[in-house]
Design a protein around this ligand. Structure first.
Ligand code: GLU
Length: 318
């Protein structure tokens, strides 16, 4: 009798331990709260968590420093997935540019998301109407760990400039940069980001400001030489003070992970997004025009994670 009860008890214990083992926590790296990456991560988690009872996956998407910070966190195993600009996905996998000597062989692509124009916005009273007019001005170049700062460094290099060409090169986070522009602490901010976004909206609602075109020989060469850069246009009328289309160049926001993340985890995350794609697209205006066939190829340079590939094959997309 006693013995039987003990057996039943331990069977119960075993059952509950194995149920617990199936509960898996995944973390998605995003960006600043006023950017679009934060919404990408939060949206993916919301869809993943709807199926938690079935899949055991519990997803969180905290605010982070951005692309470079996310890639480094995934590489270190501190995060499972994250959003990163297509240029930094490429450089991490290939060990080039900022990732020279620091190759992330196990980096895997999942899908790409929205386009991110390299965006410059300036106070109207600073009278900045071209990238060249930023010389000698106070510019927020972005926080360390952001793709924003890293891509700005690429542009400065391409132009033969350094941070010393600015009167001030501040490294404020996206959540702080709009207020700095409004308070006249900086003349302009540089942000590689999807549109519309909270940071630029906040900036133009605090101070009269205009988007600045980013064009010229150095940019033409960047676009010609690198598959992950393309010309981009920020549509007129999107923000107060910028009625005309503004030409620049840009990248894609992409979703990346590591080969160390199990196939079934990546599969479930991808399934949560694409099984609920109409719902996903409604979660941010920058997602409105996303197309499945572009998302599984554009801007991806690391190999596809097998868990993602499995889902795309099932859907007949590959
Ligand atoms: N592209 C930016 C970065 O990599 C982030 C933009 C966003 O948060 O939406 O740092």
């Amino acid at each position: 009798m006693k013995h039987a009860r003990f057996l039943a008890l331990s069977a119960g214990l075993l059952a509950s331990t194995s149920a617990m083992a199936q509960e898996r926590f995944i973390t998605i790296g995003t960006g600043g709260q006023t950017g679009v990456y934060f919404v990408v991560g939060q949206s993916i988690c919301r869809l993943v968590n709807r199926d938690s009872a079935k899949t055991g996956l519990k997803c969180t998407a905290p605010s982070t420093g951005g692309s470079i910070a996310n890639i480094n966190a995934i590489k270190a195993g501190d995060m499972d997935m994250g959003v990163a600009q297509s240029d930094w996905q490429y450089h991490a996998y290939n060990g080039s540019s900022q990732f020279e000597g620091d190759k992330f062989d196990k980096e895997r692509a999942v899908f790409s998301v929205h386009s991110e124009p390299f965006t410059v916005i300036a106070r109207k009273d600073a009278n900045i109407n071209s990238f060249d007019e930023l010389k000698g001005k106070r510019v927020n170049v972005g926080n360390p760990g952001s793709g924003q700062l890293a891509t700005m460094e690429v542009v400065l290099d391409a132009k033969g400039w350094t941070m010393g060409d600015f009167a001030l090169a501040s490294e404020l986070k996206p959540a702080e940069q709009a207020a700095a522009l409004g308070d006249n602490k900086v003349d302009a901010i540089v942000y590689t980001v999807g549109h519309p976004n909270g940071s630029i909206q906040e900036a133009v609602s605090t101070v009269e400001a205009n988007l600045v075109p980013v064009e010229g020989e150095a940019i033409d060469k960047l676009v010609a030489d690198n598959p992950f850069y393309a010309y981009a246009t920020i549509p007129g009328g999107m923000y107060a003070g910028s009625d005309e289309d503004v030409k620049t160049f840009g990248v894609k926001a992409t979703f990346v992970t590591s080969a160390d993340v199990p196939d079934d985890v990546v599969y479930e995350v991808v399934k949560a997004v694409f099984d609920n794609f109409d719902r996903f697209k409604k979660l941010h205006p920058a997602f409105e025009n996303l197309k499945e066939e572009e998302m599984i190829s554009d801007g991806l340079s690391a190999p596809l994670h097998p868990g993602a590939e499995k889902y795309y094959k099932e859907r007949g997309w590959m």
